[in-house]
Design a protein around this ligand. Structure first.
Ligand code: SF4
Length: 183
């Protein structure tokens, strides 16, 4: 039987959700037997998201042009997309900058001009630093999401309870405090 093609993606998040994924400890060994990891910031150094991915965990909100491009690629090439953690599900911490006039220009001016102690100037490095988009959004406002796994970060137990049924062709039951509590 072909292994499940498994990916994880890191958008605008602190990587805490991926750290929690690593807390799966010995289950990671079971997982490695059952899936083929085809893309991930953890242990995979691939530049392009591959085709025909079965399951992908997406950490983080959509906050810049690179995030947008990647999430469209992910959706086109993934059967089951899981919003992984509160930043993916609600935009959470990265969306705090939306209070600054819902504009990339507003947040850049606040951070680099109004609050600067010296050498106030706007950063500009096209092609090197991705441009911010005006409003940070949760993943499902950009592409359809199949499963929502909240948590900041989701505990390793919750991550396991979400992905283990998928390995056996079943849907996880995303209900109750243990599975869908935020924070
Ligand atoms: Fe970090 Fe929490 Fe966002 Fe995960 S949900 S990326 S742990 S801030």
């Amino acid at each position: 039987m072909d292994k499940i093609r498994f990916a994880t993606v890191w958008l605008a998040g602190c990587s805490g959700c991926h750290m929690s994924f690593l807390d799966l400890d010995e289950f990671l060994i079971d997982l490695a037997d059952q899936v083929e990891v085809v893309y991930s910031p953890v242990g995979c150094d691939l530049k392009h998201y591959p085709e025909a991915v079965d399951v992908c965990l997406v950490e983080g909100a959509v906050a810049n042009e690179d995030n947008l491009e990647l999430i469209y690629q992910v959706r086109r090439n993934t059967k089951l997309l899981i919003s992984f953690g509160d930043c993916a599900v609600t935009a959470n911490v990265p969306a705090m900058r939306n209070m600054l006039r819902n504009s990339a220009e507003g947040v850049l001016k606040r951070g680099y001009l109004e609050l600067a102690d010296a050498n106030a100037q706007l950063p500009h490095a096209p092609g090197i630093v991705p441009e911010l988009i005006d409003r940070v959004t949760p993943v499902h406002e950009v592409v359809p999401v199949d499963i929502f796994m909240p948590g900041c970060p989701p505990s390793a137990d919750r991550i396991r309870a979400t992905i283990e049924p998928l390995l056996h062709g079943q849907q996880p039951e995303m209900a109750g405090r243990e599975m869908i509590k935020f924070g």
